[in-house]
Design a protein around this ligand. Structure first.
Ligand SMILES: [Zn+2]
Length: 320
């Protein structure tokens, strides 16, 4: 397994594997320029070769590309690190959010959609920026016909069977297409500075949408357990309807039948920011509880009263 760290730093000194790409310049780490030649490399040779290839290169199709950390997002780092146009160079499927957590991101078929807090969905502008995301290029490695799924727990349990069979220490991108009897998603209102932590922001600004009999696609990422310091271990799902009018971060679902396609992905690449605020964050701080809360909690639509159900026990990976 190749873990490639792509520090988005212009100094190229803080991390031995950093390239000289800059978060704000047009020279992203994906561009096939000289960005890799200058930095001192200790263990990053293979990584550098990987990130400097064109997105269409074979090995890039097997990489989960991640912008920042779920932990930085959870702590309130909502500034965009790369542009949507740059993100597209790293994948055609994925999930994430936008500057100021201005809606939930769904990347599908090479297009980046923004499911906003008012329940509308739009295609994101190329110059919109991204504080957190995971994308990859999708190739279906294995499929699964799913039937009579009553809730999120059984949905995860079904997918977990494939993960157990194919290898729990790989990454998986999944696309699940069908008509969903129940599709319960959330988004959130755009945050303004000074930013609060994400769990605080969602207490008042989460918006939930309950759709019935909607046809569309669930886009999901599975991270292995050892990723809990950089992301969340286990599954994270977003949804978008076929007509691209409804979507969000998925909290619950049910359906009679749907087809799952899984892309088993053995490589990982991380894009960091050299922004001083980002560099001053304590990213080893334990925010597991806050992450679980922001991933699974149901808030009320109306106000901040919390009727959240703790879904932790539904996910065998949540051990907090
Ligand atoms: Zn999400």
């Amino acid at each position: 397994m190749l873990i490639s760290l792509t520090a988005c730093s212009s100094q190229g000194s803080q991390n031995s594997q950093s390239s000289d790409s800059s978060k704000s310049s047009a020279a992203s780490s994906a561009s096939q320029d000289s960005g890799t030649a200058s930095s001192a490399q200790e263990s990053g040779t293979a990584s550098e070769a990987q990130v400097s290839d064109t997105p269409q290169a074979t090995q890039d199709r097997e990489t989960i590309y991640q912008v920042a950390l779920l932990q930085s997002l959870t702590q309130g780092y909502y500034d965009g690190i790369i542009k949507v146009s740059e993100l597209k160079e790293h994948g055609d499927i994925g999930i994430g959010t936008f500057e100021g957590v201005n809606g939930e991101m769904i990347v599908i078929d090479g297009k980046v959609y923004q499911a906003l807090g008012d329940g509308t969905v739009q295609e994101a502008a190329d110059d919109e920026t991204v504080p957190f995301s995971n994308v990859s290029f999708f190739d279906s490695d294995t499929t699964l016909d799913m039937k009579d799924i009553a809730d999120m727990a059984s949905f995860k349990a079904e997918l977990d069977k494939t993960v157990a069979e194919k290898g729990k220490n790989m990454f998986y991108m999944v696309k699940v297409s069908g008509t969903f009897e129940k599709m319960y998603v959330r988004s959130e209102l755009k945050q303004e500075k000074p930013y609060q932590s994400l769990d605080k922001a969602l207490e008042t600004d989460q918006r939930e949408f309950n759709y019935e009999n909607v046809t569309g696609t669930v886009v999901g990422l599975y991270c292995p357990d050892y990723m809990s310091g950089l992301n969340a271990a286990g599954w994270h799902f977003h949804f978008i309807s076929d007509d691209r009018s409804k979507g969000g971060h998925m909290l619950e679902l049910s359906f009679k039948e749907a087809k799952a396609e899984l892309d088993i992905t053995p490589e990982f690449s991380l894009e960091l920011s050299d922004n001083a605020d980002f560099q001053s964050m304590e990213l080893a701080k334990d925010v597991d509880d806050a992450i679980k809360k922001v991933e699974t909690d149901v808030q009320t639509n109306e106000n901040s009263e919390d009727n959240g159900e703790d879904n932790g026990e539904e996910n065998p990976r949540d051990d907090t």
